[in-house]
Design a binder for this molecule. Structure first.
Ligand SMILES: Cc1cc2nc3c(=O)[nH]c(=O)nc-3n(C[C@H](O)[C@H](O)[C@H](O)COP(=O)(O)O)c2cc1C
Length: 163
């Protein structure tokens, strides 16, 4: 490959290499005693068909992670290409008004479903595993909805791809 090769996992190079992996963008939401939480997450993947499982990796210090662990449910809202602003709003640290930008739809669990995405995957918390400075949340899928009329939001090399 190109010029930048590291014999050990140089942190800056590791970050850059991972940033080269084009990823979809989601907002993971939950609700605890009526209080809504949500954060932008690109570390999301399908995991199993039978049973239907997905995984999402959240930073240990994430307030959303703490709320999901207590609530026991979460919704993975897969964003559409025109929802970049929403992705940034849900990533802004200390922003307590993240839901001001989002219209909500009723869902199968207490976790809020954001309107306007390409898909929403509603889950019960199945397991939580150690992932270094992140935690790996495994969700058992209880409901899914999709909107195939729009392209998904894609994030790579620190920016959203316009499609
Ligand atoms: C495009 C994008 C992708 C992100 N992906 C993740 C992720 O996969 N996991 C994570 O923990 N944080 C991710 N973040 C950062 C969080 O959204 C950010 O740290 C947020 O402030 C955490 O909020 P909370 O503490 O209220 O949960 C991402 C941010 C952006 C802009």
């Amino acid at each position: 490959m190109g010029a930048a090769l590291a014999s050990d996992a140089d942190p800056a190079l590791f970050r850059k290499a991972m940033g080269s992996f084009a990823a979809g963008v989601t907002v993971v939401t939950t609700a605890l005693d009526g209080q809504l939480s949500g954060t932008t997450v690109s570390a999301f993947s399908s995991l199993s068909m039978e049973p239907p499982l997905v995984l999402a990796c959240l930073k240990r210090e994430s307030r959303t992670l703490a709320a999901v662990r207590q609530a026991g449910v979460f919704c993975v809202n897969i964003l559409a290409a025109d929802q970049g602003e929403l992705a940034y709003a849900f990533a802004r640290s200390g922003c307590d008004d993240r839901f001001a930008l989002a219209a909500l739809e009723p869902g199968a669990t207490a976790a809020p479903v954001l309107a306007g995405g390409v898909a929403a995957v509603e889950c019960e918390l199945h397991a939580a595993h150690d992932g270094g400075d992140h935690e790996i949340l495994v969700g058992r899928v209880v409901s899914v909805r999709i909107d195939e009329s729009k392209p998904p939001l894609v994030y790579v090399r620190g920016q959203f791809i316009k499609s």
